[in-house]
Design a protein around this ligand. Structure first.
Ligand code: AHR
Length: 478
């Protein structure tokens, strides 16, 4: 099949925070994931260097921490000070034992070593607004006050200066420790946000949106939360994981279009709140959990409860999953005017591009490379792709284009296209209309599990290239 692509109209500058990820105290993300004292590659603080070496090429902007559902029962004071005095707790979100060997200081100092910014969460499940303010004082406080002094006593003289904070996590979900109604959450989030901004006016705050689009309260939850919180927040969150439990691949590959719908719907509610409250600022979107997540669920494995580093949700990604995550990343790039933060969830072992063996090797999964390419080459100005291509109908949607595309003009003048061919059996012969010349082109394609450089016919006026069936590709013009 043939396709034509034009991309000239700028959408927005891509916020570097679109290339962020997430580490939760869940499964083996922390313990035997990023942290494993005694591992042959562990640094002095006990963090695995082999894992850090796989994280660095992703050029992540931020890592969200410490949860996730874990956040809603987390007492941050458990995770500071001398390790031998830290309490061991039953952890109710994931039915595990939390040893608290890694806490706020260890995580923030690891971020410095890995070269990423932290995005911290405050507990609004069992936690109070005062607990949240105390944590902010501990992390960012510059005055000679109790929690700032405690941070100094614990070995970190300078404030960490963490700018991005989440007001709880998925508080609409019945699975959440101390879930809240929209009214209850709207009130506590508003009062917490006021205290945090009074204490440190430089912080940016993310309020919880719905846990996913099929929640019955999707939309009405956001309206209520925005009614309470609009004056004090900068972002509202979206979360979405897609599954292919029924094996309907054409529908699975079309799911990213639903993600696009969610973004438009929640953006409209943010605009409505601004208009209703005669506001002076836009609330942007933080898509702070997104990925494919289902393989582990269908495997039927249920690791023993109440253990440290309980090995849960260790997805084994196949060759279709990177096409879905690639199309999800494209969706984020195409909506760069509204989505300013996005976290691939998660980063290590749990629903993750990077896997480890305790005491052994670390490796990357199929979803790693499309995300890495977008992060490295998707910086600049997102351009609106005008694509002409055939479409198909599937169980969840009509008129799904066979070709999904995002385009980014790099600051170095390059043009970078990220492409997914959704067709099971037909290659797409694509022609790209250009309004300026480029000297060189390269095309890299992921089909199956192998990344390959493919031929790309290039002329000053157009680049012609072929995208194999069911593939993800990156075209780079310099
Ligand atoms: O990322 C795994 C879990 O998914 C998170 O803890 C929660 O926020 C979401 O439901």
């Amino acid at each position: 099949m043939k396709a034509t692509i034009r991309c000239t109209r700028p959408i927005s500058r891509v916020d570097e925070r679109l290339f962020s990820s997430f580490i939760e105290h869940m499964g083996r993300a922390v313990y035997t994931g990023i942290y494993e004292p005694g591992h042959p590659t562990a640094d002095e603080a006990g963090f695995r260097q082999d894992v850090a070496d796989l994280i660095r090429p992703l050029q992540l902007s931020h890592i969200r921490y410490p949860g996730g559902n874990f956040l809603s029962g987390y007492r941050w004071q458990d995770g500071i000070g001398p390790k031998e005095r830290r309490p061991v707790r039953p952890e109710l979100a994931w039915f595990a034992i939390e040893p608290n060997e890694v806490g706020t200081d260890e995580f923030l100092q690891w971020c410095e070593r890995v070269g990423v910014q932290p995005m911290l969460g405050v507990n609004l499940g069992t936690g109070t607004p005062q607990d949240a303010a105390d944590l902010l004082e501990y992390v960012n406080g510059a005055l000679p006050t109790h929690y700032a002094d405690l941070r100094r006593k614990n070995g970190h003289e300078a404030p960490y200066g963490v700018k991005l904070w989440c007001l709880g996590n998925e508080m609409d979900g019945p699975w959440q420790i101390c879930m809240k109604t929209a009214e209850e959450y709207g009130r506590i989030a508003c009062e917490t946000a006021k205290m945090l901004k009074w204490l440190d006016p430089t912080v940016e705050l993310v309020a919880c949106g719905s846990s996913f689009r099929d929640m019955p309260s999707f939309g009405s939850w956001e309206k209520t939360v925005l009614r309470h919180c609009y004056p004090y927040i900068d972002y509202i969150s979206l979360h979405q994981y897609y599954t292919n439990e029924d094996g309907d691949i054409p529908s699975f590959l079309a799911r990213s279009l639903e993600m696009e719908d969610s973004i438009r719907e929640i953006a409209a509610l943010c605009d409505e709140a601004k208009a209703e409250q005669h506001g002076d600022h836009d609330v942007a979107l933080s898509f702070d959990e997104w990925n494919v997540w289902y393989h582990f669920r269908v495997s039927g494995k249920d690791p023993e409860k109440w253990t440290v580093a309980r090995p849960i949700e260790e997805e084994d990604y196949d060759d279709v999953d990177p096409l879905v995550t690639g199309a999800m990343m494209n969706t984020l790039l195409r909506n760069a005017d509204r989505v300013k933060i996005a976290c691939l969830a998660q980063l290590v072992n749990v629903i993750a591009p990077i896997m480890t063996e305790p005491g052994g090797r670390a490796w990357v999964q199929t979803i790693y490379e499309p995300f890495r390419c977008a992060s490295v080459y998707g910086r600049g100005v997102s351009l609106a792709p005008e694509v002409e291509v055939e479409s198909y109908d599937c169980a969840i949607r009509k008129a799904v284009p066979y070709l999904d595309c995002a385009a980014v003009q790099g600051d170095d003048g390059s043009l970078n296209l990220f492409l997914v061919n959704r067709s099971a059996d037909e290659p797409i012969e694509a022609a790209l209309s250009l309004n300026r010349g480029y000297a060189a082109a390269s095309l890299q394609t992921l089909r199956g599990t192998a990344l390959a450089a493919l031929p790309c016919t290039f002329s000053p006026a157009s680049a012609a290239f072929t995208l194999p069936p069911r593939s993800w590709s990156m075209l780079r013009l310099n």
